[in-house]
Design a protein. Structure first.
Length: 254
């Protein structure tokens, strides 16, 4: 069998994942032709692939352990182990995301922000990365940065209703009621069953003095989620504000 035929056979084994068979052929070729470039490159490719597989297996094992700590609410331990693993795998989105989540749950918002900023660098096309970063900024009081992150996420995935709702809430807290109302309407348009957005929309409308629309929005929140205590309270307050005693009393009964 010619050398070229053996090379093609080894390449076919490699493509099918039969690395040991491919390795045997390349080594047999190099025994007779030590300077054969294709056999040398084939062996190097096998070694690199197997090394990568070993590293990935190590990563998956360690990552699974960290996930288990997270699910057991051992957030500080999860964050600590994730931080160590990041030294070996600094650009793994899922690891950085987990580090950020664990740090946020343990109250270390600075570490959470740092991790989520890196997730954005690793995956600029993922709306989830911007959402998590925006939430970390918000929790740390960096509202302008949070708005920017949320808006970047919305540009990627406009139907991410939770991001739209959170952005609306920040804008509402900044007294930017027109923009907040727009965000809440967008959130509702992408998820018409999202009771939280209806309630928040009502709050923004109430702040604008639009009592009837606010009452309607609070009622829709209750229709979507009958046990939404905040919406019930807001609806009663709205009825009282417009002097509708009968409606206010009815809302107390529900």
């Amino acid at each position: 069998m010619s050398v070229n035929t053996l090379i093609r056979k080894a390449q076919a084994y490699f493509k099918r994942g039969h690395y040991s068979s491919a390795q045997e052929i390349y080594e047999s070729i190099l025994t007779e032709f030590p300077k054969n470039r294709k056999a040398q490159e084939g062996l190097a490719r096998i070694k690199l692939t197997m090394d990568n597989q070993s590293e990935n297996q190590l990563f998956q094992k360690k990552f699974k352990e960290i996930v288990e700590h997270f699910h057991l609410n051992e957030f500080e331990l999860a964050a600590s182990k994730a931080k160590i693993l990041c030294k070996k795998f600094p650009n793994r989105f899922e690891l950085l995301n987990l580090l950020g989540a664990a740090a946020a749950r343990s109250g270390d918002t600075e570490q959470a922000i740092n991790a989520f900023e890196k997730t954005v660098e690793c995956a600029r096309n993922k709306a989830e990365a911007y959402y998590n970063l925006g939430t970390a900024y918000r929790d740390h009081g960096k509202l302008d940065d949070a708005v920017s992150a949320y808006k970047n996420g919305i540009m990627i995935q406009k139907y991410f209703h939770i991001t739209l709702n959170n952005l609306g809430t920040i804008l509402k807290d900044q007294n930017k009621f027109d923009e907040a109302v727009e965000m809440y309407h967008m959130a509702i348009s992408y998820n018409p069953e999202y009771a939280k957005a209806y309630n928040n929309l009502g709050v923004a409308l109430l702040a604008q003095g639009n009592f009837e629309s606010a009452a309607s929005s609070f009622q829709k929140a209750i229709d979507k989620q009958s046990n939404h205590a905040e919406a019930h309270y807001n609806l009663r307050v709205t009825f009282q504000a417009i002097g509708s005693t009968e409606d206010a009393l009815k809302s107390f009964e529900t």
